[in-house]
Design a protein around this ligand. Sequence first.
Ligand code: NAD
Length: 295
Amino acid sequence: MILLDGKHTAETIRQEMKQQIDALLREGRRAPKLGIVLVGHNPASETYVNNKMRACEQVGIEAVKIAYEDSVSEQELIDKVQELNDDASVDGFIVQLPLPSHIDESRITSAIDWRKDVDGLTPQNIGRTALGMPSLVSATPRGIRELLSRYGITTAGKHVVVIGRSNIVGKPMAMLLMQRPYLSLPNMSASALGDATVTVCHSKTQDLKKICLTADIIIVAAGCPKLLTADMVREGTTVIDVGINRVDGKLVGDVDFAAVAPKAAYISPVPGGVGPMTIVSLLQNTLQAYNEHTR
Ligand code: NAD
């Protein structure tokens, strides 16, 4: 079994990015700039935002936090989104989710200019990803793709089972995997990814075990601890655990790691697997948006 070390891989990518950004600065160009809109005081959101700000700092991306109280109105947020859309000094921005219940998240994300949508959540970016056009891809699927690529794991002709159909993970993940790889993400070997046969499973899927037993690669993004157990996995399967769950104060994924790991060819741990890759993908999307803006 080989551990897919997202923490180490993300650190390597951050070092590469720092060199790229340092080179830009030496050429007299400005640093890339990311805006982060945070509403309220959700502790998980505050932690994520702090981690993103710190990661930006490490690579030389300027990060600006714009914080609002829970009481902010939908219109105030939309006005801020418009302002960030129009601000030429901002290359990309995110609105940290979830938002308070009086705000319609889809109205906020749909208002973001897709060229600055570094979370890859706008209908334009999701549509462009589906069509195989250049796009800003949702950070978690992008990070998983990069993790597979960095470990030399190919997907062509393989059966990949994706568990979860969310707009931020399951759906875009399936689109990337099934794609013809000629329009791969920047800095990726075109031959490595895409061309998979993809099955997307969800909470209403019948006989998940039977489907998983036919998989070469299983990507679990359901938010259910120990959803994937050893009896659901063939010897030699690659397992990617996206889940983040807190059980008895401990962070765990969706995979029964101790039982599944001995059967897996490759497996990503929680923590230290997909999570760090997601953050680094946000940085890569910001650099991608910057390169587009400043060309
Ligand atoms: P979600 O929470 O919006 O939805 C869960 C999905 O799992 C749904 O599509 C549902 O149909 C499916 N599902 C639930 N129970 C199931 C079951 N028993 N069998 C099969 N399918 C089932 O999805 P999400 O936002 O993609 O989040 C999924 C998990 O991934 C959560 O734990 C979340 O915290 C985590 N996550 C992690 C990262 C990261 O960077 N590591 C990023 C995003 C999400």
